[in-house]
Design a protein around this ligand. Structure first.
Ligand code: HEM
Length: 134
């Protein structure tokens, strides 16, 4: 709230820590990934949330640091199918965060309910209970 310049960093840092999409691929040929055999035609789910929290790439990967300028992540994918909408998604997130904090500047996690993360093809929160007063 005190420093709106943090918002663009927050957009990138939250995209890194909370990627939404687990992408799917079919193996075009037999190969091996870190000792795990992959056969032609196998369907793979590639976990972008795991990439975003890879400790060998990001120091303190499990922490969200809104002041830190970590701008690289794979949340929008890579290569020829990289997200076509990333340039729209970024300003949408920025506006959402700005408007949320303009309308609800003070809020907190409900201490009785821990957020529950879940992952299938989409990485999501099953539970996120917040509380604030008017
Ligand atoms: C935070 C929001 C978003 C995230 C995290 C996201 C993530 C992704 C990812 C990871 C892919 C790659 C899929 C793959 O390689 O199989 C993708 C593809 C795509 N995204 Fe997004 N996306 C977001 C928002 C949007 C928006 C707002 C639009 C359109 C208005 C959009 C349109 C597309 C399209 C058309 C593709 C397919 C590109 C292709 O296959 O060539 N996305 N997105």
């Amino acid at each position: 709230m005190a420093d709106p310049a943090v918002v663009p960093h927050a957009v990138e840092e939250l995209l890194r820590a909370y990627p939404i999409v687990n992408i799917m691929r079919d193996a075009a040929e037999d190969t091996e990934i870190n000792g795990c055999p992959v056969f032609r035609g196998d369907t793979l789910m590639i976990s972008l949330p795991a990439a975003g929290r890879d400790g060998s790439t990001y120091p303190r990967a499990a922490e969200v640091d809104l002041d830190q300028d970590r701008t690289t992540h794979l949340t929008f994918g890579a290569g020829p199918h990289r997200c076509l909408g990333s340039h729209l998604a970024r300003p949408e997130l920025r506006v959402a965060y700005e408007e949320w904090h303009r309308l609800i500047p003070e809020y907190e996690l409900d201490p009785e309910f821990s957020p529950v993360e879940a992952s299938g093809q989409m990485f999501t929160l099953n539970t996120l209970r917040l509380r604030w007063s008017r």
